[in-house]
Design a protein around this ligand. Structure first.
Ligand SMILES: Nc1ncnc2c1ncn2[C@@H]1O[C@H](COP(=O)(O)OP(=O)(O)OP(=O)(O)O)[C@@H](O)[C@H]1O
Ligand SMILES: *[C@@H]1O[C@H](CO)[C@@H](O)[C@H](O)[C@H]1NC(C)=O
Length: 259
């Protein structure tokens, strides 16, 4: 990879979603009638990469897909969204997605501990520039029960103590909290989000992280609070329509003051 070739590079999972809609879940061995079926593109890493690409970042995905129809199809999805597939491998073994790391050409990193494990290697706290997780991940990692904005601040302070330089904890319709080790006097900032009509929140967290990666790459001097405020708005658009990547806005769908 030539230096500065990409704004955002995502290392993470890439999964094909096979979605069946049915009135209820079948019991073991039971066959029931469904009324809708669709194949969607998912995987937390790929979702984040697609959101950053749709906002206009030059992106590459680092992952492995199978040597099969779904793998071919996913590679085409990356191409359709302008994501470089130079580092997408194909294998006969299935890929496992556990955690994703986003790297941009300024060697800034976002670490998203999903799915979270309580005994995360302590190196991860120190190694990333922005540690970004949701309420339940923050709770699992820190042991601090996160029900309120104040609780999220406390969990964030614990993540700072473990060595994170900056922390963002997303809080669904309440937006997020941002903390920075460089500001010990006022460590926790709550960044609220505008109320919207929520249709489907699936993938909102990945939309947020993808947008954040875009801002870190394109506006390196912007404050983390401002990036979080804008990422709230992008993810807020994604919850207003159904689907994961299907609901992710492109630059043309977003207000110009976000760019
Ligand atoms: N109901 C909502 N209204 C407005 N914005 C929302 C809503 N839900 C989520 N968001 C936006 O999406 C961001 C991420 O949401 P959330 O904290 O629920 O992440 P998550 O739990 O990882 O999401 P998911 O697992 O559903 O992908 C929030 O910080 C906010 O900006
Ligand atoms: C946080 O993210 C994890 C992993 O993506 C997910 O399983 C969990 O439901 C999310 N928690 C909340 C509160 O949305």
């Amino acid at each position: 990879m030539t230096e500065e070739a990409f704004d955002v590079v995502v290392v993470g999972s890439c999964m094909t979603d096979l979605v069946s809609q049915a009135p209820r879940l079948p019991k073991a061995g039971e066959t029931i009638h469904g009324h809708k079926f669709f194949i969607g593109f998912g995987g937390k890493g790929a979702n984040q990469c697609i959101q950053a690409a749709r906002m206009g970042a030059k992106t590459a995905m680092v992952c492995k897909v199978g040597k099969d129809f779904f793998g071919e199809n996913y590679i085409q999805n990356f191409k359709d969204n302008g994501v470089s597939t130079e580092f997408v491998g194909q294998t006969v073994d299935s890929a496992t997605g556990a955690a994703s790391i986003i790297v941009n050409d300024a060697v800034k990193t976002i670490f998203n501990p999903a799915p979270a494990i309580p005994d995360l290697d302590p190196e991860f706290y120190r190694a990333s520039d922005v540690f970004c997780c949701n309420e339940s991940e923050a709770e699992l990692l820190t042991g601090v029960a996160v029900a309120s904005i104040e609780d999220a601040g406390r969990a964030g302070e614990e993540l700072l103590r473990r060595g994170c330089s900056s922390v963002i904890i997303t809080l669904g319709s309440r937006g997020c909290v941002v903390l920075s080790a460089h500001e010990p006097s006022s460590p926790s900032h709550h960044i609220p989000t505008k109320p919207v009509t929520t249709v489907d929140t699936t993938g909102a967290g990945d939309s947020f992280i993808g947008a954040l990666a875009f801002y870190m790459a394109h506006f390196p001097t912007m404050s983390l609070e401002e990036m979080a405020r804008r990422a709230n708005q992008v993810a807020g658009v994604s919850v207003q329509t159904i689907g994961t990547q299907a609901s992710y806005p492109s630059k043309k769908d977003l207000p110009t003051d976000l760019f």
